[in-house]
Write a protein that binds this ligand. Structure first.
Ligand SMILES: Cc1cc2nc3c(=O)[nH]c(=O)nc-3n(C[C@H](O)[C@H](O)[C@H](O)COP(=O)(O)OP(=O)(O)OC[C@H]3O[C@@H](n4cnc5c(N)ncnc54)[C@H](O)[C@@H]3O)c2cc1C
Length: 382
């Protein structure tokens, strides 16, 4: 199936990432989940495979591919370890992508090559304690001063932030201006007044890093601004529109892993004189899981193909994110069900996937927000 829809080069990428993920990520996923810890050594391995430069142009050390390649890589990483794929997405398709697209030539030339080499790690800080879906209501301030800006405020739930060398940060210069008052800047690790605090206690995605970011009279030079003053909100939204393709492919990876585990288990587990896979009610569940996972994958590839072709893709990216995230939750739920009591206990992989899946309907725009985006698009085109 995939061979018909992917090029030779894409099939090679898929196989390469799958081999790596099965060999190096999958065996450690349960341990990292248990320890509630990310493995930052993976970033060098991702870089060795060229994965951190997928969307980076060759002149900045990348391989200049597009979101089809991102989607293929993310699905395979998520199939092996969803939490690690969250760190990967935050670094690549949120932060590196935003810096490469919207920073000045000088800033891109300085920051992007070490990000593509995995020597530096990036985070994307939009959400605040008082604003998530309503991102334009953010309250962290930027006051203009000689040669730059002074930042004050805090961010919450920021992936990679506890170790990030560069934090793409959204702040307001004037709350009365709403989204037109927002500014995007890169805050660098070690800057006086910047502090991060790792957050513990996540339900799932525990091999991903999540942290709070505190900014107390942090000076950021003007050269670290992305775009013009007032363009920060547009930068955040355009980045999120693209990155939703990555989250959707993460969901496909989770659903695929849960489906595969259920397929294997139902052929081994016996009840009433035979494998439970022979029971029609079980077969119908497997059929739904396979169908919805494949439909999600096709939505992802469609959105990615449109994006790479320079065509409108926002509606399709939101459709992919909405459908794939809700599919991941449904498929993981069915996989637990099909494992019976064993599915409710560690070290069952489906117990972890069930917890990992849930956040995908929340971050990078909740399911409710995706429906708003899709409705706006269909009403406009109608
Ligand atoms: C593990 C994790 C990692 C994250 N990583 C990052 C990151 O790297 N960077 C970052 O900036 N953020 C990150 N986030 C934050 C995430 O993007 C937000 O949690 C998400 O956008 C929702 O915002 P909120 O939590 O403030 O919920 P709220 O916006 O308060 O929403 C609460 C509920 O109200 C609903 N709601 C809100 N508005 C509407 C509406 N108009 N119509 C219908 N329903 C509505 C929502 O759908 C939701 O059900 C992360 C979150 C988690 C859990």
């Amino acid at each position: 199936m995939t061979g018909v829809l992917l090029t030779e080069q894409e099939l090679l990428l898929q196989q390469t990432v799958r081999d790596f993920a099965e060999r190096e990520l999958a065996p450690r996923a349960a341990e990292l989940d248990e320890r509630d810890e990310a493995d930052w050594g993976y970033f060098r391995r991702f870089a060795d495979l060229g994965l951190l430069g997928i969307t980076v142009p060759p002149e900045l050390g990348g391989n200049g591919l597009g979101f089809r390649a991102v989607a293929i890589a993310v699905e395979e990483i998520a199939r092996a370890d969803p939490g690690t794929s969250t760190n990967f997405i935050s670094h690549l398709s949120l932060s590196t992508y935003a810096i490469n697209q919207f920073a000045s030539q000088a800033l891109r030339a300085r920051l992007v090559p070490p990000l593509a080499r995995g020597e530096k790690i990036a985070a994307f800080a939009l959400t605040e304690p008082g604003s998530g879906s309503d991102a334009a209501a953010l309250a962290t301030t930027a006051r203009k001063t000689k040669g730059g800006y002074i930042l004050n405020g805090s961010k919450i739930f920021i992936t990679n932030a506890s170790v990030a060398d560069y934090i793409v940060t959204f702040v307001t210069q004037d709350k009365a201006l709403g989204h037109r008052g927002i500014l995007a800047l890169v805050v660098e690790k070690g800057t006086k007044g910047l502090r991060t605090q790792k957050m513990h206690g996540k339900m799932g995605m525990r091999s991903s890093d999540t942290a709070e970011v505190y900014l107390e009279d942090v000076f950021v030079p003007e050269g670290n601004r992305m775009g013009e003053e007032g363009q920060g909100f547009r930068i955040a939204m355009e980045t999120l529109n693209s990155s939703r393709i990555s989250i959707a492919s993460q969901c496909v990876g989770i659903a695929q892993a849960a489906y595969e585990a259920a397929l294997k288990y139902t052929q081994e587990r016996r009840a009433f004189g035979g494998p439970i896979a022979q029971l029609q009610a079980v077969q119908h569940m497997l059929a739904d899981m396979a169908t919805e996972t494949e439909a999600s994958r096709l939505l992802v590839w469609k959105a990615a193909t449109l994006k790479d072709g320079g065509l409108p893709f926002v509606k399709e990216a939101s459709m992919a994110k909405l459908f794939a995230s809700e599919t991941a939750v449904r498929v993981a739920d069915k996989a637990v069900q099909l494992h019976g009591g064993y599915g409710y206990f560690k070290p069952s992989v489906v117990e972890r996937l069930y917890r990992d899946a849930k956040v995908t309907t929340i971050y990078e725009g909740t399911s409710q927000v995706q429906r708003l985006v899709i409705a706006r698009q269909v009403l406009q085109s109608g």
